[in-house]
Design a protein around this ligand. Structure first.
Ligand code: ATP
Ligand code: MG
Length: 378
């Protein structure tokens, strides 16, 4: 069975295009600002979650895969977009490659471009929640639809550079040189071969030392912001900054450099742990260093509809953060996890897979709703 045809949307999938998604949470009136003020209720989350329970659910059955996505409605009345597999028409390697090539050449319709470049920091100090995957795939999706996009890899692991197939071995001019040696950002940016309109400023392992090397430097928290200020961003529509899994100086630099924060939240038991600390850091940076800063977007990642737990986490997050949470939900997808090992985003590796379709929907949502701090609620 192909990955896109798995029962990853499990107990939520009905054998029809429209289906109801029943959540347990009621929509919160407040957006992120309110949620940041009140403590994120780990206790209530745990009470709701309990031990991981697998819903027996009907499963997709043979009728699964009627279109690119399913729309449902949560109990809170909000539309929820869950991707489904594509139809089996292009299910041969050659057809898939042709499809990928078409999309990668920006053959898709052009989405609205922002009036000014949107700089979006993707942060969550929790590791492995999908920060890099989100940065790479949102960036690729937007670039495939007529937007000029730069990914700034601010993680010494260099995962975003790997996924975009941009060389990042030691010695390559990288974001490290921009932060520590005051090199111009333009000097380290490389085009991404597979996706026109997409470029990447790579991270090398040297960046691991930057956390220490930045300490004695002047304006150590604002080095990236200063570099972006000297760079002509008018030639770009989006800049995504991929953060490491910490709240150290690198992440603080990213928060100072951008007006928008996107937080990926994994639909797992510990998802909300640490979120309160992240929001506190965002508020600290906002009050001392970057008054324009706001959490504009929350994206639910690695959603596994076979577990009731995933639905409960999603409901809890929507309850706290309201319209800030994108309606599109990223499912667990083998294709998404395979793509980086081919130096590709899933948008070019397997554009018809459920993960690619979900990231496409999420990117489209971001493009069409623009920058509204606090999401729909703003
Ligand atoms: P880190 O904190 O280490 O930087 P991260 O938050 O950037 O991690 P990713 O590297 O994007 O997280 O993802 C962690 C792992 O999970 C990777 O192996 C990635 O391929 C995989 N992964 C991410 N999203 C999905 C998904 N939707 N389905 C399946 N695997 C996924
Ligand atoms: Mg990462």
């Amino acid at each position: 069975m192909r990955e896109g045809e798995t029962d990853m949307t499990g107990n939520l999938v009905q054998p029809r295009t429209e289906r109801e998604v029943h959540g347990t949470g009621a929509r919160s009136a407040g957006g992120v600002a309110a949620a940041a003020g009140e403590a994120v209720s780990q206790r209530s989350f745990r009470a709701v979650s309990g031990p991981a329970a697998s819903g027996p659910g009907p499963g997709p059955g043979p009728g699964h895969g009627h279109g690119p996505k399913h729309r449902g409605r949560g109990e809170d009345g909000a539309d929820v977009v869950l991707p489904a597999a594509r139809e089996a028409v292009a299910d041969t390697p050659i057809a898939r490659a042709a499809e990928a090539a078409l999309v990668a050449r920006a053959a898709g319709p052009v989405w609205p471009r922002p009036q000014a470049c949107r700089i979006i920091t993707i942060a969550n100090q929790k590791g492995g929640v999908g920060k890099t995957t989100t940065a790479v795939n949102l960036a690729a999706s937007l670039a495939q639809h007529g937007n000029r996009v730069l990914v700034v890899d601010l993680d010494p692991q260099g995962n975003a550079s790997t996924a975009l197939d941009v060389d990042h071995h030691t010695g390559i001019p990288s974001v490290y040189n921009v932060l520590v040696d005051d090199q111009p950002l333009a000097a380290v940016i490389h085009p991404v071969g597979a996706v026109p309109l997409l470029s990447c400023a790579p991270a090398t392992i040297d960046l691991a030392g930057a956390e220490i090397e930045l300490v004695p430097l002047v304006a150590r928290e604002s080095r990236l912001s200063r570099a972006l200020g000297r760079y002509d961003v008018s030639g770009l529509d989006y800049i995504f900054i991929d953060c490491p899994p910490s709240l150290g100086l690198l992440t603080v630099n990213a928060l100072v450099a951008a007006p928008e924060v996107l937080i990926p939240i994994q639909c797992e038991y510990y998802a909300l742990e640490g979120l309160e600390q992240l929001l506190r850091t965002v508020n600290l940076v906002k009050s001392h260093l970057n008054p324009a800063l706001a959490v504009s977007t929350i994206l639910l990642t690695m959603y596994d509809g076979r577990t009731r737990l995933a639905t409960q986490v999603a409901d809890e997050v929507r309850k706290h953060f309201g319209g800030t949470v994108l309606r599109s939900v990223i499912p667990r997808s083998v294709r998404v996890s395979e793509a980086p090992s081919y130096g590709q985003s899933v948008m070019t590796y397997d554009p018809g897979s459920s993960g690619a379709v979900a990231y496409l929907e999420a990117a489209k949502e971001m493009a069409y709703r623009g920058h509204r701090p606090g999401g729909d609620s703003a």
